[in-house]
Ligand binder design. Structure first.
Ligand SMILES: [Cu+2]
Length: 288
């Protein structure tokens, strides 16, 4: 009997990873909360679901389309510097298309497929939104408005859009392109991997408007680095450690002294010196 039980336990244990990889389908689990808002207890959510109300300006449904969009880390691997992405960055449909989206989140974190700029009389906050913690699938339907317009689609979880989970959906001809869409448009702020430490220090120095004593430390660190650059033999392990300590101390002091006057900084340094001397004297006194 025990043999059967232990075999059963082993089988169950070995099947666990297989279960964990399965995509959970939320489509049959959703409860309708009204106004196109559907939710389930497992964290699936659809907002702005609209399978039947025509937007103003649409006489009829022009086309009925059904697409599947995947979201996950693996779709960002081909985009340098990006962390998350959809498998599709650009979509285009005829005005007044009835569009059903099956959203598959392949990651083990939460993702959204959130579309903005829709008419607010029909879509609460002007949004159509699919959201689920993965690996899972969730579906929703909307009817696209008339007119040529480009709509932003993104994942609104903190930093996911900045890390690449961004797309655009054009209705008709659209009205231009949105920035920072992986492989489609240029980044608003370009990544810079070329900047060197002395340049970084100089930049920080120029931006920070540091008080005099801190500026002096930064200046000396900068000179050390520049000297090390000129004379390769001087660029020893010791100077690297010194440089790192200098940078660390400079940033610590910069934070500490921010907003203080020169007099306050000098008195702070004297206090510090005083307490160091006092504790040293006490140590020696205790030894006697
Ligand atoms: Cu996300």
């Amino acid at each position: 009997m025990m043999k059967f039980v232990s075999v059963g336990v082993l089988v169950a244990l070995f099947s666990l990873p297989t279960f964990a990889q399965e995509i959970q389908d939320h489509d049959g689990m959703l409860m309708n909360h009204g106004d196109g808002h559907l939710m389930d207890m497992a964290g699936g959510m659809v907002m702005g679901n609209n399978p039947d109300t025509l937007p103003g300006g649409c006489d009829k449904i022009a086309e009925t389309k059904e697409i599947t969009i995947h979201a996950g880390h693996k779709y960002a691997e081909k985009f340098p510097g990006r962390m998350f992405a959809f498998d599709t960055q650009e979509l285009q449909f005829e005005p007044c298309t009835k569009l059903t989206i099956h959203f598959v989140n392949d990651d083990s974190v939460r993702h959204q497929w959130m579309m903005h700029g829709l008419p607010k009389y029909l879509y609460p906050k002007g949004m159509f939104h699919l959201e689920v913690s993965g690996p899972a699938k969730i579906s929703g339907t909307l009817i696209l408005p008339p007119g040529d317009k480009t709509y932003l689609v993104h994942c609104d979880i903190a930093q996911h859009m900045e890390k690449g989970m961004k797309a655009q959906l054009k209705v008709g001809k659209g009205d231009g392109d949105l920035p920072s869409i992986p492989n489609v448009t240029a980044n608003v702020i370009a990544d810079d991997y070329k900047i060197t430490l002395p340049e970084l220090l100089e930049k920080a120095h120029a931006e920070a408007d540091l008080p005099e004593p801190v500026a002096a430390v930064v200046e000396s660190v900068k000179n050390t680095t520049l000297l090390a650059k000129e004379d390769e033999s001087a660029f020893s392990g010791v100077s690297i450690i010194g440089l790192l300590l200098g940078v660390f101390a400079a940033s610590m002091l910069a934070r500490k002294f921010k907003g203080m006057t020169t007099t306050q900084i000098v008195s702070y340094l004297f206090d510090l010196l005083n307490s160091i001397i006092e504790s040293t004297v006490k140590k020696f006194a205790a030894k006697k």
